[in-house]
Design a protein around this ligand. Structure first.
Ligand code: NAI
Ligand code: MG
Length: 393
């Protein structure tokens, strides 16, 4: 069989530091693939007016699987100011390459696992009697990645025809006296096929990975149409999975339950906005940005990435201090996705072993302020953390 080819897109800042670490682990676990580099990030915006060049899109079209580090995004005026003078005034507009990638390839299924590694000092703990207990969090969030409030259909000072169309709804009477220039509208759009795809993906994952429940995390009692559609479709699809329970918890209630009993939940499904919220919430219970990773999966292409950004303030520190675990776990998730489950499990077990032993910890795990002197306080470098994980393989 032809070797697989993986498109590696380190991007900016610490993306360029952590992605090579993940490749070291992939090689060490015996994953026999070719890695081709894809240009993405700020430098390509400045020099070419496009942070996601067409040649990188072509690579993803051809090879289907991508590993992404992180990119730097800046506000519109800053982006414009840093553009090559030869390109200025020619109509180039900055768009975030990861958002563009999600839209271009319809990467509508975002999966964000939030699993605590026993022994991680950043884990959620709960007071019990005179002591504490540390419940095991093992949650996988399925976030619809392309619709909802993030579809970008919004106005400040909506045009008259938009206003007229909205006034066909009787609840708009409450806003009849508000001048359009004092009105901002962001549209929450859900479509039935996208709801079905994310819900089905969640149930399939639950079945394949042995989770006993799928929880819809929306707000159908108030946001009746969109959250309601998600819940309705979930009920229909759940009938095909009698071995898995369907629960429904409102997003606000979930914020309470996750800080009381996070161990009760397995697979969670949400629309884009609530999925963004609930996944950051659970990530905070299992170690935060050094441990949070995700997959963006479309019908053809899938891209795996840590949740963190490019952390520019640490990009030039040498040796590097940032935690490579989020990126390494993103690579393990990629292996699981392409059917290399045994190798994925080995990486996860190696990370678990290093975390449990507690001898090797990056600055974030020690709750140190980041900076060059973290090593004096017992932190290891990015590369030393990877070395320990490779040794544990
Ligand atoms: P960030 O995630 O880059 O960093 C925030 C802070 O989290 C860092 O200063 C550091 O203290 C900590 N941190 C991040 N990654 C870490 C790691 N691997 N190990 C240990 N600590 C870590 O977010 P920030 O500073 O808000 O954004 C920086 C740039 O990244 C911006 O240009 C932003 O637009 C971009 N960004 C890109 C994302 C992506 O590529 N998907 C996601 C989030 C932000
Ligand atoms: Mg977020």
């Amino acid at each position: 069989m032809a070797k697989r080819t993986i498109v590696t897109m380190p991007g900016d800042g610490i993306g360029r530091i952590v992605l090579p670490e993940a490749l070291r682990v992939l090689r060490a676990v015996g994953f026999d693939a070719e890695f081709v580099h894809g240009d993405v990030g700020w430098e390509f915006w400045c020099n070419e007016g496009n942070a996601l060049p067409e040649r990188t899109i072509k690579l993803l079209e051809e090879h289907k699987i991508g590993l992404f580090g992180a990119i730097t995004s800046k506000p519109k005026d800053k982006a414009e100011a840093e553009l090559d003078p030869a390109l200025k005034g020619k109509g180039y507009v900055y768009y975030s390459p990861i958002v563009t990638m999600r839209q271009h390839f319809n990467l509508d299924i975002c999966i964000r696992p939030c699993r605590s590694f026993p022994g991680n000092p950043l884990n959620f703990i709960r007071r019990k009697g005179d002591g504490f207990e540390e419940p095991k969090v093992d949650v996988v969030i399925f976030r619809q990645n392309t619709e909802c409030l993030y579809a970008g259909v919004e106005w400040t000072n909506p045009p008259a025809e938009v206003r007229r169309a909205l006034e066909t709804h009787k609840k708009m009477k409450a806003f009849a006296h508000v001048p359009s220039e004092d009105m901002a509208i962001s549209l929450r759009i859900f479509t039935r096929p996208a709801c079905q795809r994310i819900i089905r993906a969640a149930f399939d994952y639950a079945r394949q990975h042995g989770y006993k429940s799928v929880t819809i995390c929306e707000k159908p009692n108030v946001v009746r149409e969109t959250s309601g559609m998600m819940e309705l479709e979930a009920k229909k699809i759940a009938a095909e999975y009698p071995d898995i329970q369907l629960w429904s918890v409102n997003i606000d209630a979930m914020m309470m339950w996750m800080t009381k009993n996070p161990e009760d939940y397995g697979v969670i499904v949400s629309g884009n906005m609530f999925g963004d919220i609930v996944s950051d919430g659970f990530a905070g219970l299992v170690g935060g940005l050094g441990f949070a990773y995700s997959a963006n999966i479309g019908p053809e292409v899938a891209v795996f990435e840590p949740t963190h950004g490019s952390a520019p303030k640490y990009e030039r520190l040498s040796p590097s201090i940032v935690n490579p675990i989020a990126m390494i776990m993103a690579a393990a998730m990629m292996l699981d996705y392409i059917g290399e489950k045994e190798k994925a499990d080995r990486i996860e077990r190696a990370v678990a072993k290093v975390v449990a032993e507690g001898k090797v910890r990056t600055y974030d795990m020690l709750r140190l302020p980041g900076g060059p002197d973290v090593f004096r306080h017992g932190a290891v470098s990015t590369q030393e953390m990877t070395d320990a994980i490779i040794a544990a393989l």
